[in-house]
Write a protein that binds this ligand. Structure first.
Ligand code: 5AD
Ligand code: SF4
Length: 475
């Protein structure tokens, strides 16, 4: 595919930010010359893979500005919290940390504190920060992370707090520098935002409407990553199945997968997240046909009861969900299906949970993220009448886990004695001498090997099964 000429806006923004990056680099270089040490940075990331990916871009920009890495947050000169607001406890953690940073800043007046990410897109949060967390220097949102250098520069020049939050997204700015956590695998944004407005979810309010990147930009990025040693990519979006809907070019997610599958040197393609309502047969066929697309799909179902699903605004029924699972399994027999389950949505009692348990038994998930419903101000569910008590929600949650975990263990156990392709990812922090890796179906395996295998795809024979991971040996 040809490299498309970039829209003018992007080029201008990148040029403009480069000027600010250079200015800060000069300041940081001078500081290093004078003091013999570099200014250091520390980024804390909360929430999903999208945030993790944004943090890689923040890191890339900070490295270009001449910051080095702090070993710990308390030793850093520049701290960024890239925040999440999907559940209340993620927000509380940020406030808790900010309380601690207030004391740190008293000890170290030159410490700079920046906040960004989804939490910052909410007016109530901004108000609270302005009133109660005056030690914060820079605040920006999800739509303008590319402006980091300019915001830092403005703060240094004016020596007063800088708030820059956009309600609406601008154009997608391409080609930001980025520091990847892993050399051999990378996330690639294919779209931003979400139009689904599930009634419990704050994401559409803080990440804005769906917009897709052009396929040329995506393919150029994947090519560049592969040339740089990447073997596995994960295509990222809140709802990847509706990729392409707002683009001028006519392209679907299934077609994009087929294009990316042609890229030489790329070994594995993953994607997340899929919404069941948009999962087309065309996508299932593309997954079946494309040898690089891994045999795994993450397909959140949230709840099994049709009345609850309706009130969640999910746009599918339990029967429809199970039908999709059956269709996927009939085309791709060895596929692993994982899911998200939300427990304690308003009106969900013991009877409704039965339907969730029924889906778990029938769909036979290989893994699941289970969440207790968290009330998010501004969403329709927050003002629904029949909110569930914490005790009832927890009881439902435990029943979900009791049903899920034995099935996950059973599915894992079927791998015993078999050999699989594993991408070796990193040394296991808990098991010395062991490496953590992933099968194509996304199962996690620990196996004995030295760190030289990291980044390679190796053969591992499964020797033991636990509920949440496998143990194996190199063959
Ligand atoms: N409370 C708890 N979990 C939530 N999720 C989204 N909104 C909420 C909420 N208000 C979960 C959903 C979604 C995942 C990313 O987060 O299960 O799939
Ligand atoms: Fe939230 Fe629903 Fe959009 Fe997922 S699809 S981000 S749960 S609104």
């Amino acid at each position: 595919m040809n490299v498309e000429e970039k829209p003018k806006f992007e080029n201008e923004q990148i040029k403009r930010q480069k000027i600010f990056i250079d200015k800060i680099k000069k300041i940081n270089d001078e500081y290093a010359e004078k003091t013999g040490k570099r200014k250091t940075m520390f980024i804390s990331t909360f929430g999903c893979q999208m945030n993790a990916h944004d943090s890689e871009k923040l890191e890339g920009m900070l490295v270009e500005m001449g910051y080095s890495y702090a070993d710990e947050e308390k030793n850093a000169d520049f701290i960024i919290y890239n925040t999440c607001c999907v559940r209340e406890n993620a927000e509380n953690k940020v406030y808790g940390n900010l309380g601690y940073l207030k004391r740190q800043k008293k000890l170290k007046p030159n410490l700079k504190i920046a906040l960004c990410g989804c939490m910052m897109q909410q007016d109530s949060v901004i108000q609270k920060i302005k009133e109660s967390y005056k030690q914060v220097d820079i605040v920006f949102g999800t739509h303008n992370i590319y402006k980091l250098a300019e915001l830092i520069y403005t703060n240094l020049e004016t020596n007063s707090p800088v708030f820059d939050i956009w309600k609406e997204h601008g154009e997608i700015v391409e080609d930001l520098p980025s520091v990847r956590k892993y050399k051999f695998k990378a996330g690639v944004n294919i779209m931003f935002g979400c139009n689904n407005f599930c009634s419990y979810c704050i994401v559409p309010y803080v990440r804005g409407r769906e917009r897709s990147r052009s396929s040329a930009d995506i393919i150029n990025e994947v090519n560049a990553l592969v040339n740089d040693g990447v073997k596995e990519i994960t295509l990222l979006g809140q709802n990847v199945n509706s990729y392409g809907k707002n683009l001028k070019e006519k392209i679907t997610f299934a077609e994009l997968l087929r294009e990316i599958n042609k890229i030489d040197g790329l070994e594995r393609i993953r994607f997340m997240t899929s919404h069941p309502k948009d999962l087309s047969s065309e996508l299932i066929y593309a997954m079946r046909d494309c040898e690089k697309v891994c045999n795994h799909i993450h397909l959140p179902f949230q709840a099994g009861n049709n009345e609850i699903l309706k009130r969640m605004n999910r746009n599918y029924t339990k029967e429809k969900y199970l039908e999709i699972i059956e269709k996927i399994r009939s085309e791709i027999s060895d596929i692993a299906i994982t899911t998200d389950i939300l427990v304690g949505f308003p009106g969900e009692g013991d009877k409704e949970i039965e339907d969730t348990l029924d889906v778990i038994r029938k769909a036979r998930f290989s893994g699941a993220f289970t969440f207790l419903y968290s009330k998010r101000t501004g969403t329709p569910a927050a003002v629904m009448e029949d909110q569930v008590s914490e005790a009832d929600a927890k009881r439902g949650f435990n029943r979900v886990l009791q049903t899920l975990n034995p099935i996950i263990f059973e599915i894992n156990s079927q791998k015993l004695g078999k050999t699989y392709d594993v991408l070796a990812e990193e040394a296991s922090p808990s098991d010395t001498g062991f490496i953590k890796g992933r099968l194509r179906d996304n199962s996690l395996v620990h196996f004995k090997a030295d760190e030289s295998v990291v980044g390679n795809i190796v053969n591992v024979k499964i020797t033991e099964c636990k509920t949440f991971y496998l143990i194996g040996e190199l063959v």
